[in-house]
Design a protein around this ligand. Structure first.
Ligand code: NAD
Length: 248
């Protein structure tokens, strides 16, 4: 059991087809008690119950600091400790540069970037008190390629910002034995891209993926468990690509 006695919070974890829930399921199988954090409409509590009674669901909006702080207070009251934070919540929008409105920009940057900061701020005092912790932030191949398959430039910017945020937090928090790392998924089949890939583009997309398939949520979950666990205990500030070779 790689995560025995650990408590892990997964933001945006309630979508049962998503990267967050796949990671929550794999973490639970490795012995962790997991906290599924998500928006009200995603019903995180009922999703958490599907994993077992020892797990927890909490409603929060990661773009709202008071909401993040209240969620962490509730987690501490029920679970007593926080070992792992997976900053997974994110949204995307297919836009060209000239189409991005102020509201689009705020929405996309707020969830991925502001959300990762607010959630990290909320958990850090509890991790520092026990001199241990692993924070995993979710960037994207869109940040690395300077343009995504599905997201607009504002999405690439948000995910590039996540890389900088995570590295700076890693530099600051290493002294407290708190590790901060990023995953950079390529194209993974989840609800975020459902219906957005035109059939006639799939051949073209696959021709840029040496492994010749798009990813599954469990492909990402395995990497998240690695970064959450002591298997990676001397890794901090790293970026783990999960993209089937898209950047080769
Ligand atoms: P998803 O849409 O299935 O999951 C996103 C979750 O975030 C949802 O459950 C949603 O309710 C939640 N969420 C949205 N706004 C929130 C908020 N303000 N507060 C709390 N929760 C909120 O998408 P996914 O594909 O599982 O994506 C997970 C992460 O991985 C995202 O950050 C996404 O940008 C990133 N990513 C996905 C892919 C891919 O191909 N699927 C590739 C690269 C990166």
């Amino acid at each position: 059991m790689l995560l025995k006695d650990k408590v892990a919070i997964i933001t945006g974890g309630a979508g049962v087809n998503g990267l967050g829930f796949a990671s929550a399921r794999m973490m639970a199988a490795q012995g962790a008690r997991v906290v599924i954090l998500d928006l009200d409409k995603a019903q995180p509590a009922s999703v958490a119950v599907t994993l077992g009674q020892q797990h927890m669901g909490v409603v929060a909006d990661v773009t709202n600091k008071a909401s993040c702080d209240a969620a962490i207070k509730a987690v501490m009251e029920k679970m007593g400790q926080i070992d792992i934070l997976f900053n997974n919540a994110g949204i995307t929008q297919p836009r060209k540069t000239m189409e991005i409105t102020a509201a689009d920009y705020e929405a996309v940057l707020d969830v991925s970037l502001r959300g990762a900061l607010y959630m990290s701020q909320a958990v850090l005092p509890h991790m520092r008190a026990r001199k241990q912790g692993s924070i995993i932030c979710t960037s994207s191949v869109s940040a690395q390629r300077g343009g995504g398959i599905l997201g607009g430039p504002h999405y690439s910017a948000a995910k590039a910002g996540v890389l900088g945020l995570a590295r700076a937090m890693a530099r600051e928090c290493g002294v407290d034995n708190i590790r901060v790392n990023c995953i950079t998924p390529g194209l993974i089949e989840t609800d975020i891209n459902k219906g957005l890939i035109p059939a006639d583009r799939m051949t073209d997309i696959l021709s840029n993926i040496p492994m010749n398939r798009i990813g599954e949520p469990n492909d990402v979950a395995g990497c998240v468990v690695f970064l959450a666990s002591d298997l990676s205990k001397y890794c901090t500030g790293i970026t783990l690509d999960v993209n089937g070779g898209m950047l080769i």
